[in-house]
Ligand binder design. Sequence first.
Ligand code: GN1
Ligand code: MG
Length: 352
Amino acid sequence: MTSPPPPEILAAFGIEGSSPIESLPAGHIHRTWKVTAATPVAIQRVNDVVFRAPHELMANLERLEQVLDRVEVPTLHWRRTVDGALLHRDYLGGLWRASTWIPGEVRAGAPADSDVETISRAFGEYAASLADEPVERYVEVIPSFHDFAARERAWHFAVLRDDANRFLHAQPEIERASRVLERLHELREFDAWRQLPRRLAHNDAKAANIVRRADGTFTVIDLDTTMPGHLLADVGELIRTMCRSASEDDDLAATSLQTERFGLVLRGWLDGYGSELHDAEAEALPIAGAMMTTENALRFLTDYLDGDIYFHIDRPDQNRARFRAQIALAQTLLDGMSDLRRVVANELSRRS
Ligand code: GN1
Ligand code: MG
């Protein structure tokens, strides 16, 4: 457990030292606290093992802030230290940053049916407001983040290395992953997925990364992974996180195909994005959910095999449980592929 920011960190950002601090449970990567000063501030301890180039990360975020301000899309604003820097390194090497606190509600887990479309639309609009940004101006702060082939390779190597001596425990999971991968590779959309154009994407599109403000509008947060990637990663993550009602690590929950929610995600995102998709994007759309769900499953299993070094865990075996929950959803999406293709075709033809 990381301890809360000591008074000198608050002072570095010009925040009153005696302000009440509340730890927030959100996220597997950084640690976040809310500081209730005159204007509330979010303070984060940056995970610079995951984000190895924190200064490049902040440069991306600073540029995003300017672009979103210019097009009048509400977003978070970074606070500088009294020395004018975006990051503060403490004497133990910890790296800190601070931003405005966006008042509103953040919901973990799957949202209500009625919110699925609006949340997806907010992410579509976010992508649209960045559509004119030159992709090459942004650093890929986590290289190959949603590169499926790279994730497959990393998983294979984790199986071979077996760093944490968990191979025997994880054998059923490893076999299950292999079977799902075989099915994915055979899909007729798989080639299109490999040809997706490079675009600026949020890369962590989910309900938990949306703040619902008191006036009912939604603001997209957790912009760290907004970097060159592909747009279908966002659509796929929305499907992964919203077409299942159980939590991400609930491996016992039955997963039935939520075709209706799938349709709402698509409709919301496509409406928000509002432009035509590239051919490969339109072609690969039916498998976006299955691809991103499998990718996350592989990442959790990789981390389990590596000894839980990437994702924060609250209990042993949690990464294996996350894998099982995700792979079950991937299988459900694969089983229902002909339905999903039909929903995509309907949604695309509505707009042509
Ligand atoms: C991480 O920390 P959080 O929840 O925002 C991860 C995502 C995963 C997610 C799985 C930088 O996001 O890619 O989908 O966990 N972010 C990073 O819960 O790896
Ligand atoms: Mg995130």
